[in-house]
Design a binder for this molecule. Structure first.
Ligand SMILES: [Zn+2]
Ligand SMILES: [Zn+2]
Length: 267
């Protein structure tokens, strides 16, 4: 089962690739399944364009076809939200039947990692501590029936920092990572292994084995793999390395989703 569970198309404001082009690339790669995860950012400080219209998305999605690749209907739901906006997010997530919902934090106090201010006056370890804490704050406010996986816990690695080594290591944020894993694992939720950060590594080895091992120690059994591709060349970017790394860390399964129900595949 070869799949990619995190990709965007021009239905999201930050991609100029048509969904058809993404599907063609998935077919060319011989994938079995892909899941579109367009941006749903409610009350986002970067503007209304980040808030995909779900009815419009659903209609456009319904017209997509492939004889070779299974195409799943997903969303990347932003959880960097003021507490009073979570009911609105939940209402939107209930308004259509998704296959998969990836819950992701993209900013802290309306500053995102693509702004150097996100890193100002902090060590990279502190940046990760703050970011992972913000994921936990957000995810605790979202009904667990309404999401499937937690996106890119190492998101700040790919932002506008000046670090030579921006990788997330477990020892940077042990308490914050533990708290997040201890919250989501008993709920039957999982984390994403996101390979977009691999694009920035140069010669550094791919990160994540340490925090994935901790995930397994705390009872985590499955993950999702996502490239976060906004253009065709990044679909399943370095997935072989990511899967080998997860296997080494002891992760047993990766999941695909059908109408929010996980399907497990041996890793
Ligand atoms: Zn994201
Ligand atoms: Zn994304």
């Amino acid at each position: 089962m070869r799949c990619d569970y995190h990709l965007h198309s021009s239905i999201s404001t930050d991609s100029s690739t048509s969904p058809v082009k993404q599907i063609k690339q998935a077919e060319a790669l011989g994938l079995d399944e892909i899941c579109f995860t367009e941006h749903l950012e409610i009350h986002y400080y970067r503007g209304k364009d980040w808030h995909v219209n779900l009815q419009d998305y659903k209609e456009r999605f319904a017209r997509l076809t492939s004889s070779r690749v299974n195409i799943k209907f997903g969303i990347e739901a932003g959880i960097s939200l003021a507490a009073e906006h979570f009911p609105e997010l939940e209402e939107e997530l209930r308004s259509v039947q998704f296959d998969f919902v990836l819950a992701s934090a993209h900013s802290i106090n309306n500053i995102d990692p693509f702004d150097p201010a996100f890193y100002e006056g902090k060590t990279i370890a502190q940046v990760f501590r703050d970011y992972i804490s913000s994921i936990l704050t957000g995810i605790k406010q979202l009904n667990a029936d309404l999401y499937s996986s937690v996106g890119h816990i190492d998101f700040p690695a790919k932002g506008a920092h000046s670090e030579k080594d921006p990788r997330l290591f477990f020892h940077y944020a042990p308490d914050e990572i533990d708290a997040l894993f201890k919250y989501i694992i008993p709920l039957g939720k999982c984390i994403e292994v996101n390979t977009a950060t691999y694009r920035t590594l140069g010669k550094l080895e791919v990160p994540g084995e340490d925090w994935l091992r901790r995930y397994v120690q705390l009872g985590g059994e499955f993950v999702t793999f996502g490239s976060d591709a906004h253009s065709p060349e990044y679909i399943t970017y370095h997935f072989d390395e990511a899967m080998a790394l997860a296997r080494r860390a002891g992760v047993k399964y990766y999941a695909t989703f059908d109408r929010m129900v996980p399907v497990f595949h041996k890793l």
